[in-house]
Design a protein. Sequence first.
Length: 261
Amino acid sequence: MADTAAHTPDELEPHPEVEAFYTESLKLLVESGIPFLLSGTYAVSAYTGIVRPTKDLDVFCKAGDYPKILAYFQERGYRTEVEDERWIAKVWQDDHFFDVIYNMSNATVPVNDDWFRGTHTICVYGTDVRITPPTELIWSKVFIQDRYRYDGADIAHVILKKHEEIDWKRLLAYLEPYWEVLLVHLLNFRFAYPTERSRVPKWLMEELIGRLQAQLHLPPANVKVCRGRLFSPRDYVIDITEFGFADVVGKGLEERHEPIA
């Protein structure tokens, strides 16, 4: 069943000029016929009822579709920018922009056809748009945890409000190589809501705890790896540069956010 909100909460409203840009951009996105999802604050608010200000518009699409979206807007006079080929591009009009995201910054969470299984729809700036399903919304946030931003509370609230709509088997499949990350978030949920522990399937907790118990009896790996940069490239860079750990992110040791001259 589709979830449809009648309007966007006032607290989410940006400056009128930015709102006009978002309004026109969403209309054009729908008119383009290119599959996309609205995510971020708008999806969290729709699922949890938690309203907070937002300064951007996160448009999610498959990697093969992001060039089509950029080309569509470029043909209509908008400026486009591929900020990082691995995961994000932007569409600009004057000083206003929206993000076109097709992976997460650590390149482990690609948007694929599974993301478009859901039918959750909300009305944003007068346009009905589909939003990221609860399962994929959690998947998109599990690695966002560094000294400047942590999305664990968003994950906990989505579990609290939408646990019946989460495809737990699919979520586990997404996180198969990173099952410990899923376990940590589920333990975080259990700690935050001790009376709501049953909202996470018992079989899933047993599966993850069983993996942990088996792992306790294994010797350490031969290669000394730090996976912390999947969470935060900046916070764990010293492990790569000074502590002798191998890197799994594949990013440069310097975090660059401006074009290289």
